[in-house]
Design a protein around this ligand. Structure first.
Ligand code: K7E
Ligand code: CUA
Length: 630
């Protein structure tokens, strides 16, 4: 045994003993562990704390958080609004799911927004990102993908509601999603992850894998319609854009185009595909595209050899891609490789001009640990990479990593911190914008194991908040989260202005307003029942706490009934509900909003409807009868 091996051996044994020791004391009980703490120990701990007190995540009752957090709700299909640093959950925004509280997916207004996917009740959200102006959040929209049904939705930040949804044609499973940062968010970029035939009609080609493609998608952020798509070689995973408005790039973990695990991880290298926005737009203008599957979305060919794209080889199965807030680098997280590959963005001009080779754009490839998935940034030149397999965050210095790649003897690793456990995404406050402020790092851990009271075989995930203002990272908060929050953003509260009341001309219910106009009804005053044809009835009513404009209305058994409620209350937070008992019908109507819901009156007799959102001391009395004549 060499000296080195012997030393390692000793360390292991010592650690094992320490573990046994801690295990025993834990069995005896927490009280026993606390007891031996002497006054001297307390004093030394206090002085250590005084050196650099961690920022406190405590936000006292009545105080407001400094940041809005937008959390993906993973398999729940929703987006959550958190207060950071308190980690209080402020709101849930239903997007791809059906929501019992607000009637999302049940009301006519939300169904119209869902459009062609109105019958789909599930979603799998991953990547929420806010629209930008010149690389800074503009507070207008948050965009979110649905991997499970190939959709992208938009949330309006003034009302915190979903206002647009698009099923992306030609693609299969939208995963990575980012916005154009500069000059403004004209486009949303997102990846079709899975590989399918271009005309996926089950006729032309089915089993010939060589005809399968993954497709890159560019969506107009304002209209939420497809701008164009790009066929690529390999599949597509995550994506991000530069700070110049010129390039965006996506990782590919399946450059092999394998159809099973073994095939997908066969080669030692996969790639990043870089897209040239100006060339793509010019190609669309010049008509150099094709259409597939009978729709008219322009599809460009960006496979190897095309002048629209460049392919940069990256070690084995990369995952996340993150642009540094100084706009200089794309960080490509290695996943199966312990490295992050640093692409220097201003070298891409030369790459597209064929003056340099693809790998010449790589200016650093620091080795960080096992399973690097995603990287976040502070405002001091440091990067924070999640190590999924090591259950750690690696803090490293970007310029030092570049020096090391050039052969200089520098240690670029600043610190490794244990997190609990298996982190996926991490994110810093304002860290995906020019305003990165280096205050908080959120780490979204995939497992919580021993961190919370056990709640059966399915455990919450664990969101850990880390203070990154000092030399050492400090975990200051564990937050249980339901349904895997893949990703989040944290936006300074000064960026977001929300409405207190709905505007009567809000586009969210413009369709219903138009219907009322056609029916000759003034929504602000009318309470009436209009029969439309043999089996259709529209019921218009107002609501003012604690009454509905109609105490009763009469329909016939089998009628299709549309109830339209307009909330006349002008008081902030006085939301009413409408619930038709025993009919699976309920919805929220915010102050000054109109909402409607359609159902079949398939039960005879007296059917009570009631207000299901607390609004008044006499809220229980806010109800009325639907009289159903048999
Ligand atoms: Cu890494 Cu969907 Cu961004 Cu999960 S993805 S972690
Ligand atoms: Cu209106 Cu409760």
């Amino acid at each position: 045994m060499s000296n080195e091996e012997q030393k390692n051996d000793e360390v292991t044994i010592e650690n094992a003993d320490r573990r046994k020791f801690f295990g025993k004391t834990a069995l005896i009980g927490a009280g026993v562990v606390a007891a031996p703490m002497t006054a001297a120990m307390f004093a030394s701990q206090a002085s250590a704390n005084a050196k650099k007190a961690a920022m406190s995540p405590v936000v006292h009752p009545g105080e407001l958080d400094e940041y809005y957090g937008f959390w993906s709700g993973g398999q729940s299909g929703e987006v959550r609004v958190m207060g950071v640093p308190s980690m209080r959950e402020l709101m849930r925004i239903p997007v791809f799911n059906i929501d019992s509280a607000t009637g999302w997916g049940i009301t006519n207004e939300s169904k119209a927004i869902k459009g062609d996917s109105v019958d789909i009740m599930v979603g799998d959200t991953h990547h929420p990102h806010m629209s930008m102006q010149d690389g800074r959040y503009d507070g207008k929209y948050v965009f979110i993908n649905d991997k499970s049904n190939t959709r992208v939705a938009r949330i309006r930040c003034d009302v915190m509601k979903t206002d647009k949804m698009l099923t992306v044609p030609n693609a299969h499973a939208i995963h990575g999603l980012r916005v154009q940062k500069v000059p403004y968010t004209k486009y949303i970029f997102c990846n079709g992850e899975f590989e399918i035939p271009l005309n996926n009609n089950g006729k032309e080609t089915l089993e010939d894998v060589s005809t399968y493609r993954s497709i890159f998608n560019v969506i107009d952020a304002e209209t939420m319609e497809m701008a164009f798509q790009v066929i690529v070689d390999g599949n597509l995973d995550n994506t991000d854009a530069d700070y110049d408005g010129k390039y965006f790039a996506s990782t590919s973990y399946n450059s092999e185009m394998g159809m099973n695990l073994g095939e997908m991880i066969a080669s030692e290298r996969d790639h990043v595909v870089v897209f040239n926005l100006a060339r793509c737009e010019a190609a669309v203008k010049a008509g150099k595209f094709k259409n597939y599957n009978g729709n008219n979305v322009p599809v460009l060919d960006g496979r190897k050899g095309s002048d629209l794209t460049r392919y940069i080889p990256i070690p084995k199965s990369p995952h996340g891609i993150n642009t540094s807030p100084n706009g200089k680098y794309f960080m490509i997280n290695g996943k199966l490789s312990p490295t992050v590959s640093i692409i220097q963005i201003d070298k891409l001009d030369d790459l597209f001009a064929d003056k340099i080779k693809a790998r010449d754009t790589i200016v650093g490839e620091p080795e960080l640990g096992l399973g690097p998935l995603h990287t976040a940034f502070d405002n001091k030149g440091n990067a924070y990479t999640t190590l999924f397999l090591d259950s750690q965050i690696a803090k490293w210095n970007v310029e030092d990593a570049i020096k090391a790649y050039n052969g200089e003897k520098v240690n670029y690793i600043r610190e490794k911190l244990d997190v609990h456990y298996q982190p996926g995404h991490n994110h810093t406050t304002m860290g995906e914008t020019r305003d990165a402020d280096g205050k908080w790092l959120m780490v979204l851990c995939k497992f919580s194991k021993d961190r919370f009271l056990p709640v059966g075989p399915l455990r919450p995930e664990n969101d850990q908040l880390i203070d990154i203002t000092g030399d050492k990272m400090k975990i200051v908060h564990d937050g249980p989260a339901f349904a895997e929050p893949h990703d989040c953003i944290m936006v300074h509260r000064s960026k977001i202005k929300t409405k207190k009341l709905w505007s009567r001309d809000d586009p969210m219910f413009a369709g219903t307003v138009a219907m009322a106009k056609a029916d000759g009804v003034d929504l602000m005053s009318a309470n009436k029942v209009i029969r439309k044809g043999k089996n259709k009835v529209t019921v218009y009513m107002t609501s003012v706490a604690p009454t509905y404009g109609l105490n009763e209305f009469k329909v016939k058994l089998g009628d299709e009934v549309t109830v339209v409620v307009t909330n006349l209350d002008m008081v902030e937070d006085v939301t009413h509900g409408f619930c038709m008992t025993n009919h699976g019908v309920q919805m929220e109507i915010g102050p000054q909003a109109t909402a409607s819901i359609t159902f079949k009156a398939d039960k005879p007799g007296v059917q009570w409807y009631y207000c299901n959102w607390f609004c008044h001391a006499l809220h229980m009395e806010m109800r009325g009868r639907m009289l159903v004549e048999a």
